[in-house]
Ligand binder design. Structure first.
Ligand code: FAD
Length: 410
């Protein structure tokens, strides 16, 4: 769309049978919901303006996320990375009386305590105690970032927290100040994240853009006005410019046809299972927007559950939509999903209540690439006249990918 606005005639070729890549829907029972990304980060102010421009109404998530322990489920702190912003936060219910007293005593500590901390774990440990690290923060950082708090630099994950501690005098007050009132960290267009793809495709085609799906690019050569792009089905396109917005492995192969050696960084697989169920007890949203697993349990294979239709109420109808995340090595079956979902929500979901099921694997999830390597790759391709965009270079996440597309307007 941006290239069209800059006056280019653009042709889009997509290997999959539909547009969207990791922002694609799946039909479950009577509802179409996100099968990959479900929300964008509000921080950075990149995606909301795009949604506004596309005429899409957006909303933040509903319901509190929960943390699942074998002995019960507790709400996640309304704070920063599991650190609460107040002693009234129901998340503190997971602590024993003694552990809670340690958190309460934080208000009496000198504000300098922890001011030299470098990681989230260090800071929480010295101010709120070890139990707060283990029971409040670790389940959140592991569940969201797959990282223990001791490996998370404050400068990267909570850059303003130490400054707020110095001005507010306590960590709880600092968290409340940093978080601010009612600020959702993520949002989605009403109807699902994939509405962005539908709206973009509509705009693109209305402006004369040509789109083909199930049209996989096979090779890239110099020729014609600049490049010859050949597809597996025999189509050949001659183009002045080429933008590769494909995963790392495909991009690496296509660049090799131009004599460029750009090794693809490693990828991982994200696995999930989705269920649509008609179980009436779920109408009370027993785990709010979902749960993260805090402690291992051999009978549970999923790591987290999102009650998608509670989190994004536009998706709530006769059926409830549940999404379970699994470790890479587990290929979840319908029976696995049903059993794990029942444990997580604390309600026995019956097989006869299931109206839709999908087991989904995304095999090109990018891993982190350092900035100097990214710049080298982008510039190497650019010297050959090819623009590169995508999460494998710009970081996994919609906001990062959208920001990176600015590069093509050179
Ligand atoms: C389960 C899951 C949940 C996520 N949740 C979130 C979230 O909540 N918030 C968030 O911000 N991010 C989330 N992400 C990450 C986000 O979806 C991605 O970072 C982003 O969508 C990646 O975009 P991309 O264009 O780089 O790659 P992709 O979306 O993978 O797009 C690459 C496209 O290239 C196509 N392609 C491949 N080979 C060829 C070829 N030879 N010819 C033509 N086309 C080709 C592919 O079919 C694909 O459509 C999630 C991802 C997953 C998988």
């Amino acid at each position: 769309m941006r290239l069209q606005e800059a006056g280019h005639a653009v042709e889009l070729r997509e290997a999959a049978p539909h547009l969207g890549g990791m922002i694609s829907p799946v039909r479950l029972g009577s509802v179409e919901v996100d099968s990959g990304a479900e929300a964008y980060a509000v921080r950075g102010g990149v995606v909301r303006p795009l949604c506004d421009e596309l005429g899409l109404e957006v909303a933040g998530p509903q319901g509190t996320p929960h943390i699942w322990w074998r002995h019960g489920t507790f709400p996640m702190a309304e704070g920063v990375l599991g650190i609460p912003g107040s002693l009234d936060d129901p998340a503190l219910g997971v602590l024993s009386d003694e552990e809670l007293a340690a958190v309460a005593a934080e208000a009496d500590l000198d504000r300098a305590v922890g001011s030299d901390a470098t990681t989230v774990g260090d800071l929480v440990r010295v101010r709120l105690g070890e139990a707060a690290v283990d029971k409040l923060v670790t389940p959140v950082t592991q569940g969201v970032y797959s990282m223990p708090p001791d490996r998370m630099p404050l400068s990267a994950f909570a850059p303003t927290l130490l400054e707020a501690l110095a001005s507010e005098g306590s960590l709880l007050a600092a968290v409340a100040a940093v978080r601010g009132p009612g600020t959702a960290a993520v949002e989605q267009p009403i109807g699902g994240m994939f509405q962005v793809i539908n709206a973009l495709a509509e705009r693109f085609q209305a402006a004369g853009g040509s789109v083909r799906t199930a049209a996989s690019v096979a090779s890239l050569k110099r020729g014609g006005p600049g490049f010859q792009v050949s597809l597996h089905d025999g189509e050949v396109i001659e183009a002045e410019r080429v933008v590769l917005a494909a995963p790392a492995a495909v991009t690496s192969v296509l660049l090799s046809h131009l004599g460029l050696d750009v090794p693809a960084p490693p990828v991982r697989t994200a696995r999930s299972a989705m269920l649509a169920v008609s179980t009436p007890e779920l109408a009370d949203n027993p785990v709010g927007s979902g749960v993260l697993l805090a402690e291992r349990d051999d009978t549970l294979h999923a790591r987290a559950l999102t009650h998608y239709s509670a989190k994004w109420p536009w998706a709530a109808g006769r059926e409830h939509v549940l999404r379970l995340s699994y470790p890479e090595h587990v290929l979840p079956t319908r029976a696995d999903a049903l059993r794990d979902a029942s444990r997580f929500v604390g309600v026995e979901i019956q097989e006869r209540d299931v109206t839709g099921f999908a087991s989904i694997g995304w095999e090109s999830m990018p891993t982190r690439i350092d900035a100097s390597n990214r710049d080298f790759i982008v510039e190497t391709a650019l010297e050959a006249g090819v623009d590169l965009v995508g999460a494998w270079l710009d970081g996994n996440g919609i906001a990062a990918v959208v920001s990176g597309t600015g590069r093509v307007l050179r």
